[in-house]
Design a protein around this ligand. Structure first.
Ligand SMILES: Nc1ncnc2c1ncn2[C@@H]1O[C@H](COP(=O)(O)OP(=O)(O)OP(=O)(O)O)[C@@H](O)[C@H]1O
Ligand SMILES: *[C@@H]1O[C@H](CO)[C@@H](O)[C@H](O)[C@H]1NC(C)=O
Ligand SMILES: *[C@@H]1O[C@H](CO)[C@@H](O)[C@H](O)[C@H]1NC(C)=O
Length: 418
């Protein structure tokens, strides 16, 4: 129904246009911004209009998913607390009033952040500097409105308080997550770490093939991601590019990292695949090298090593990387990763409905539980095998708890009680 589409899309962009009109450098409040700042503002405004135009041309509007949350909902919000701040933005947690009542993240410009304070030092114009920073938030909101993927934090709504002076104050209302704790992750079982890498690869596959073209995260670091119900999601989308670098020769297509430089091909005036490749190498250097290899099942290690090698040398695109991860997932879920060796199971007697005490647990690493040894196994055979390999282990209890791979792996408790 093309008619309906025409109605919905301008509505989604209306806010943006209003914002552009209100914040354009021609609309002055107070002393005029100095020329340098006016140029910066104008550049951001053009960047945002280009993005809005690209979206209008290429993205069909998302199906209306209930009522959007707005300023009225924020008035009654309770339980405000700070969850994070970066150079540009500050994020608060809040609980919306009933009947919604859900926990959300509220993102707004960080007035005392490095971005705004640096600008004020340079230009001496707080109002203009806040507007400059607000463009980043608007860009992020515009992207969140048109992208949809489990690996991208959900935008519930926004509040645009245009009465606020000197700069219009904008707040985006997002799905609440938990900042990624790399140190903590290094100590979690392999299966969980693998899941985070797989989530990331699925996101990179989506970004490489997105409705807006291939999207690259220019500032790709663990702190741009949060966990929501065990799923990795990107939350910082202000510094992304939806356009591949323009070029005349291959020499223009250098992809540089502190440790390595790649030269890509210049095809039809664009550096072919540069956006996708930048994302992949960043995923390799910030995530895969830390999370993927250690304590992986022995039989999966060669495949994981291949993945690391291929992404570290940019031999794989997003498609091949996703395929390689799916293969590992399949081997893992189906138990094909188990080594064929003599079974230890006959050394154990099965007791049903037995109650597990906690007093005599021993600890192992990396365990699902801090107080004992809780591991994920594919079946009783594997559990017997693990128990026989731990000198303290006398018995094991197969619990009904499933891990995220859901099918067969269960969490199994190993104890030294007889
Ligand atoms: N939806 C969310 N739920 C929970 N915490 C979040 C959420 N979004 C962001 N955060 C936290 O707030 C911090 C700042 O957010 P964001 O990264 O968007 O701001 P920024 O100023 O662009 O940051 P940076 O300086 O890293 O570019 C993040 O590092 C993260 O820890
Ligand atoms: C990949 O393997 C090749 C051959 O063994 C090696 O020369 C190269 O350094 C490896 N690359 C990475 C990123 O590990
Ligand atoms: C990756 O897969 C998608 C979806 O199947 C396809 O449209 C795209 O062309 C593929 N990309 C490459 C580089 O092969």
């Amino acid at each position: 129904m093309p008619g309906a589409r025409l109605v919905v899309l301008p509505a989604a962009l209306l806010l943006l246009l209003v914002a552009l009109a209100c914040w354009g450098p021609w609309r002055r409040r107070g002393p005029e911004a100095p020329p340098g700042l006016r140029r910066d503002l104008e550049r951001r405004r053009r960047d945002l209009s280009r993005l809005a135009a690209a979206i209008q041309a290429r993205v069909s509007p998302p199906a209306a998913a209930g009522r959007a949350i707005g300023c009225a909902d924020l008035d009654g919000a309770t339980g405000l607390s700070l969850v994070g701040c970066g150079i540009t933005k500050v994020v608060l947690r809040a609980v919306l009033p009933p009947p919604g009542g859900r926990e959300v993240a509220l993102k707004s410009v960080h007035g005392s952040g490095r971005d705004v304070t640096g600008c004020v030092r340079r230009y001496g114009h707080p109002g203009g500097c806040r507007r400059l920073a607000a463009y980043k938030l608007l860009k992020e909101m515009t992207l969140l409105q048109s992208l949809e993927h489990p690996g991208i934090v959900k935008l519930y709504g926004q509040c645009h308080d245009s009465s606020a002076n000197p700069a219009a104050k904008i707040t985006t209302i997002l799905e609440l997550g938990r900042p990624l704790e790399m140190i903590e992750l290094l100590q979690t079982p392999w299966e969980k770490r693998f899941k985070i890498c797989l989530d990331l690869v699925e996101l990179l596959y989506y970004l490489a093939n997105s409705p807006l073209g291939s999207i690259t995260l220019l500032d790709f670091q663990p702190r741009q991601f949060v966990m929501v119900n065990g799923v990795l999601k990107v939350t910082d989308l202000d510094d992304v590019s939806t356009e591949e670098l323009s070029c005349q020769t291959d020499k223009d297509c250098l992809l540089e990292f502190p440790t390595k430089t790649f030269s890509l091909k210049c095809m039809h005036g664009k550096c072919e695949g540069i956006n996708e490749q930048r994302n992949l190498f960043n995923a390799y250097r910030y995530f895969f090298t830390y999370l993927l290899p250690h304590t992986a099942p022995i039989t999966l290690q060669p495949i994981l090593k291949d993945i690391l090698n291929a992404t570290g040398d940019l031999r794989y695109g997003a498609n091949e990387t996703l395929r390689a991860f799916q293969k590992v997932l399949h081997l893992y879920k189906s138990g094909l990763y188990l080594q064929k060796k003599p079974s230890h199971l006959k050394e154990y007697i099965a007791l049903r409905g037995f109650h597990s005490g906690t007093a005599e647990d021993y600890k192992c690493w990396p365990s699902y539980s801090h107080t004992g040894c809780m591991l994920s196994v594919h079946n009783a055979e594997e559990a017997a095998d693990v128990c026989s390999s731990h000198p303290q282990c006398q018995r094991f209890i197969i619990t009904p708890q499933k891990t995220w791979t859901a099918q067969i792996p269960t969490q199994t408790k190993f104890t030294n009680a007889l």
